[in-house]
Design a protein around this ligand. Sequence first.
Ligand SMILES: *[C@@H]1O[C@H](CO)[C@@H](O)[C@H](O)[C@H]1NC(C)=O
Ligand SMILES: *[C@@H]1O[C@H](CO)[C@@H](O)[C@H](O)[C@H]1NC(C)=O
Ligand SMILES: *[C@@H]1O[C@H](CO)[C@@H](O)[C@H](O)[C@H]1NC(C)=O
Ligand SMILES: *[C@@H]1O[C@H](CO)[C@@H](O)[C@H](O)[C@H]1NC(C)=O
Ligand SMILES: *[C@@H]1O[C@H](CO)[C@@H](O)[C@H](O)[C@H]1NC(C)=O
Length: 363
Amino acid sequence: MLPFIIIITILLTAVGANGASLWVPTTPQSPRPYALKKGDGIKLAGGNTFPVTGNSSGNAFCILNTNAGSSGGAGVFPHVHKKTYENFYAVKGRVQLWGQNLDTYKANTSIQQTRILAQGDIGAIPFNTIHTFSLLEPDTQLTGVLVPGGFEEFFFHMEFSAPPNPGNGTTLPGSGGFNISELADWDVYPQLDFVPRRDVVNGKAGPGNWYDGQNDLPDDYSAPIWVAKNYGPKWLNSDGGRYQIVAPFSQGTVTISPSFSSGDVAPLVRSEVATAFMMEEGQLEVLVDGYEPVSLIDGDVVFVPANTSFSYVATAQFTKFMYVTGGGRGLDYELIKTGEPWNSAFYPQNEQFGMGHSRIMRI
Ligand SMILES: *[C@@H]1O[C@H](CO)[C@@H](O)[C@H](O)[C@H]1NC(C)=O
Ligand SMILES: *[C@@H]1O[C@H](CO)[C@@H](O)[C@H](O)[C@H]1NC(C)=O
Ligand SMILES: *[C@@H]1O[C@H](CO)[C@@H](O)[C@H](O)[C@H]1NC(C)=O
Ligand SMILES: *[C@@H]1O[C@H](CO)[C@@H](O)[C@H](O)[C@H]1NC(C)=O
Ligand SMILES: *[C@@H]1O[C@H](CO)[C@@H](O)[C@H](O)[C@H]1NC(C)=O
């Protein structure tokens, strides 16, 4: 514990905290740095919690946690978004996701894909991609990341303005009584002739690898993107006297080691885009410029607006968090720039490795 206290003391000196608390009881309505305990945030019925919204992130992105049991069928009718990019991340349980590009579906020139996402697996649905999903286990958490933020207003509008509706000729089940043309106002375009395939073997159907090989990121984002946990590209960054394995994706994960020695100063990060972390394992101390440091454990969320300095230190081995950036030159871009391609889910156990790499110090 002592080395860590020293690090934090150095950080406090470096960043100049003024003692304001980062913890908030619920998602703020305007951008500011904040931290939320597991499960906290604005909530809707049906197990949806929004730890980050368009309002709280300056419209950078929305994070939507759905905690629910098995949905026993499609969670929602097949649909397309034209302006919203949507990532599906299984935090626990299993989620089946289907996807196919709308244009090639109509031209019959692509093959529908589906994957069963288990803990840590991700499916990304770019604009103009038909998708639907189903929760498969009694205790499932699906984390949706919607970019840009603002799409979530649809869910709030449904909950508070529209009557519950079982679906009929002009409205759809689960659409909260919206008729089909109104849905377009919310960037939702139903694709009711899309029939989800049911022929999954070993967690997948349709082209591409899953647990059976490397999951490469495509050059263009015109089709669903699938990355099974630890099967995607990774980089090892050893700046600042600790290891970080980055598995990137505009959203992705970082697996971080404690600092090698008490003299190591955690690099300051100051990103041009908003950044959020959601903890998965271990413990992370986060210090945001102007606030008291917070100690985060599983499920906790921290949000840092664009152009705000912060730093972080792991206090447990293989501490892991999911990150979301507002795209472009986010935290992952910076870690990859000074990192090296890496093939393993583990960082080196020999702390000498990587010593001598230059540190990042950005203000
Ligand atoms: C976002 O802020 C607007 C304007 O204050 C408000 O009407 C809306 O309900 C907020 N959305 C959420 C999801 O809190
Ligand atoms: C779509 O293409 C497949 C494979 O070429 C073919 O078997 C199928 O009949 C086509 N479907 C339609 C509706 O044209
Ligand atoms: C379908 O439901 C909507 C919303 O409750 C209602 O306005 C509409 O009349 C219904 N249409 C039919 C064909 O029953
Ligand atoms: C559906 O919503 C649109 C837009 O609000 C409205 O113009 C149209 O009359 C509605 N159609 C039905 C069948 O309710
Ligand atoms: C952050 O800073 C960059 C570079 O100064 C600027 O281009 C960008 O607009 C800023 N972003 C926000 C959200 O203020």
